[in-house]
Design a protein around this ligand. Structure first.
Ligand SMILES: Cc1ncc(COP(=O)(O)O)c(C=O)c1O
Length: 284
């Protein structure tokens, strides 16, 4: 594809995307396909020669789009809307055009510095105190895995990665029974073992971990010679929005020297509205 073709097809893609948004309401929310229909419509072997772009685009329109579930559809009521504000679609295009590699400051200084600045904007928007900082993760699952690995290493005096987990103490991590399955996956991947994810019962309209039960579990585990490593609290459990009392959980974490991770993937952004920040406490 030469640069003129690139310009032409980029414009065609932009027109397609604007029309898609305009006419989305007329499509079915879910594709009218049976499992395997799309697989069978794709040639079994890769093409020997380059395909012309108009054929590729026609395949996209005729085979792929009718096989998609349309998360932006006005009648899509499952899960949650999927992060495709028009402005972010345009941004995605620009990022792709540069093939931006943003893993280190050297690889893209502007990306690192923009990230640092906007993470602080988020801190301010959420009403968090100065001193909170961080980096953007590629998914909530990765954020939780990073947190669980940090809990593990911190509790093992940073020896887990070095010596392995055999012969180390029995690590314990605490969460409510409302958390997303990504928490279970992080526990598996980190080698902590699902028997060591202690599910604290919930109570009240917000299905929050019972603080007394949390603290009792930590104390009992320590007395039994285990190694409490961290707590995973939730602001919006995926099934019903279960939300822990973060202040109470943070206080217990502080008292017992435990690392606290808050999974706020589902409802955290609501905390930008000050009127929602105290909601859990009001409803009890
Ligand atoms: C509360 C919660 N945590 C974590 C996740 C996992 O998110 P991701 O797909 O970004 O890993 C989800 C996804 O639905 C979620 O609702």
């Amino acid at each position: 594809m030469n640069n003129d073709d690139f310009r032409q097809w980029s414009q065609r893609a932009a027109d397609w995307a604007a029309d898609y948004r305009n006419n989305l309401r007329e499509r079915p929310v879910r594709p009218l396909v049976e499992p395997g229909d799309i697989f069978r419509s794709i040639e079994a072997s890769p093409p020997e020669d380059a395909e012309p772009m108009d054929r590729i685009f026609a395949d996209f329109e005729e085979k792929i789009v009718p096989g998609m579930t349309h998360w932006q559809h006005p009648r899509f009521f499952a899960y949650f809307p999927a992060n495709a504000a028009p402005v972010s679609v345009v941004a995605e295009y620009l990022v792709s055009a540069m093939a931006a590699q943003c893993m280190l400051w050297q690889t893209s200084p502007a990306a690192t510095e923009l990230e640092t600045r906007t993470v602080d904007w988020m801190r301010q928007a959420l009403g968090l105190p100065e001193g909170f900082s961080g980096v953007i993760q590629d998914s909530a699952s990765s954020a939780t895995l990073n947190a669980v690995l940090t809990m593990r290493e911190r509790a093992l005096d940073w020896q887990g990665n070095k010596k392995g987990l055999a012969g180390q103490g029995r690590l314990r991590i605490y969460s409510s029974d409302q958390v997303h399955t990504s928490i279970d996956r992080a526990i598996w991947v980190s080698g902590i073992g699902e028997d060591n994810l202690v599910r604290i019962p919930v109570a009240g309209g917000f299905r929050a971990m019972e603080a007394a039960a949390l603290e009792a579990a930590i104390v009992a585990d320590r007395e039994a010679g285990m190694l409490p490593a961290g707590i995973i609290a939730s602001v919006g459990g995926t099934s019903t929005g279960g939300t822990d009392d973060i202040a109470a959980v943070a206080e217990i974490a502080r008292r017992h020297g435990l690392y606290l991770h808050v999974d706020a993937a589902w409802a955290g952004s609501a905390m930008i509205c000050p009127e929602f920040r105290q909601g859990r406490r009001r409803a009890g």
